[in-house]
Design a protein around this ligand. Structure first.
Ligand SMILES: [Zn+2]
Length: 240
């Protein structure tokens, strides 16, 4: 049985020093307060680094308000900041009954929101980890060996909250182009997504040998990092 190494290199350790920043997330009754180390926030996110810089009022109040964002998705972000893991899954990866898979729709919503939060915070390493979590989530099968990918709700959210060249859009377009079925309901989707999908379908016709999703084991094509930059998977292996 493979055991996980407990030692990690000091330069990859979370930066848990400096003051504590209060972050208020969500609207009215759903609002939650989070307390995060300033050094950790600023080292991971250019957005928070700028917000806590001397020119912004938040630097004086030590409080940041994110009233339009989702507290559950922000919790995923803070947990990731401190642990390097995306804590969104159920405990088992065995075949699931349908009721459990319906609950997993909540996980897919959460991961879609978490990705867009990472986009807003300009935390590209977090976004790459969310991509890997999404691909893991897609591998879960029900009793009939059926897998569940992103549906209308997640697609709509991502198309409304990311730019046209966001890597997560590529992942979803390939998902639909290679695994879509004639029986699926396409007229529920927004026009922008359908036009992008049409272009993707033409690409699959022009390049019939292209591999879908991570079937070739290469998830880096959906990551933000450049080809010559280290992947979060390799960073994790270094730490293990
Ligand atoms: Zn990568």
């Amino acid at each position: 049985m493979k055991t996980r190494n407990v030692r990690g290199p000091t330069d990859l350790a979370p930066k848990i020093c400096g003051g504590i920043i209060t972050i208020l997330v969500g609207k009215a009754e759903k609002r939650k307060e989070f307390y995060v180390h300033e050094d950790l926030l600023r080292s991971c996110s250019p957005y928070f680094d700028a917000a806590l810089g001397k020119d912004w009022k938040e630097a004086g109040t030590r409080t940041i308000s994110l009233y339009c964002d989702d507290p559950e998705a922000f919790q995923i972000y803070t947990q990731w900041l401190y642990s390097g893991k995306v804590w969104s899954a159920s405990r088992t990866h065995d075949a699931r009954p349908l009721s459990e898979l319906l609950r997993m729709a909540d996980e897919r919503n959460l991961l879609a929101k978490a990705y867009c939060l990472g986009d807003k915070f300009l935390d590209h390493l977090f976004k790459d980890c969310i991509i890997d979590a999404i691909l893991e989530c897609f591998k879960v099968k029900d009793e009939n060996k059926k897998v569940y990918l992103f549906g209308k709700r997640q697609v709509d959210f991502i198309w409304a909250n990311t730019t046209c060249n966001a890597p997560i859009r590529r992942l979803i377009l390939e998902q639909y182009a290679y695994r879509g079925r004639v029986s699926w309901d396409y007229d529920i989707h927004c026009k922008e997504f359908l036009v992008d999908l049409l272009r993707e379908m033409y690409q699959t016709r022009i390049h019939p040998g292209r591999k879908a999703l991570d079937s070739d084991g290469n998830t880096c094509k959906y990551h933000h990092h450049a080809k010559d930059q280290p992947c979060n998977k390799r960073i994790e292996e270094q730490a293990d």
